[in-house]
Design a protein around this ligand. Sequence first.
Ligand code: SAH
Length: 231
Amino acid sequence: MVFRATILTLYPEMFPGHLGHSLAGKALERGQWSLETMQIRDFAEDKHRTVDDTPAGGGAGMVLKPDVLARAIDKVSEGDSRPRLLMSPRGKPLTQARVRELAAAGGAVIVCGRFEGVDQRVIDARSLEEVSIGDYVLSGGEPAALTLLDAVVRILPGVMGNALSGTHESFENGLLEHPHYTRPQVFEGREIPAVLTSGNHAAIEKWRYEQALRLTQERRPDLLADQPVTK
Ligand code: SAH
């Protein structure tokens, strides 16, 4: 089963963007995942092809119309069991665990908001799962959708091959990853930690685990609170 992404957007030309390059781009060319965009504006029915309107209750900005968006969603998700996501700063923050679930789900329909956002009734009526990529506000959902897809595509089978180091990666075991080093042996007077060039694999594993734990304690104690860490 090939992972199939369908993006609903007012800016289809923003895709595949960076996902057309490097390993994700090669995997896309090889057909290991697929990306389809749908222009939301094509589902407007008036002669000006209007997709937004002023907010009920007043205030700045515009709101994406529910009827137009609903038609677009219905068109792409007919007889389709893929998760339907709406990129939104009000959504549940994206985690590596959710990324793994999405990769296993075989695909996703992703709605990119613009302006002040989307009429609440289409979110409710089409059961859109709101997903946030962090506590800051973007001008549109497209970079958020590309970010989510980047995280999903890189863990699809065969996409990264041996380049995917798996278990040690940040978040995979509830910890941030240990630091990395490569040649030269001495850089501006700083040496590679001796244990890493010792050839003692058990000692290297232990050092990496301790570093991961230390970094996580310093920078992201919230990750440690989420799960018990064994010695
Ligand atoms: N007025 C809204 C922000 C709208 S930003 C609010 O205050 O909540 C316009 C669009 O950008 C949103 O509809 C959403 O699709 C996207 N967006 C902005 N920030 C985002 C984030 N942190 N994560 C995911 N999508 C985001």
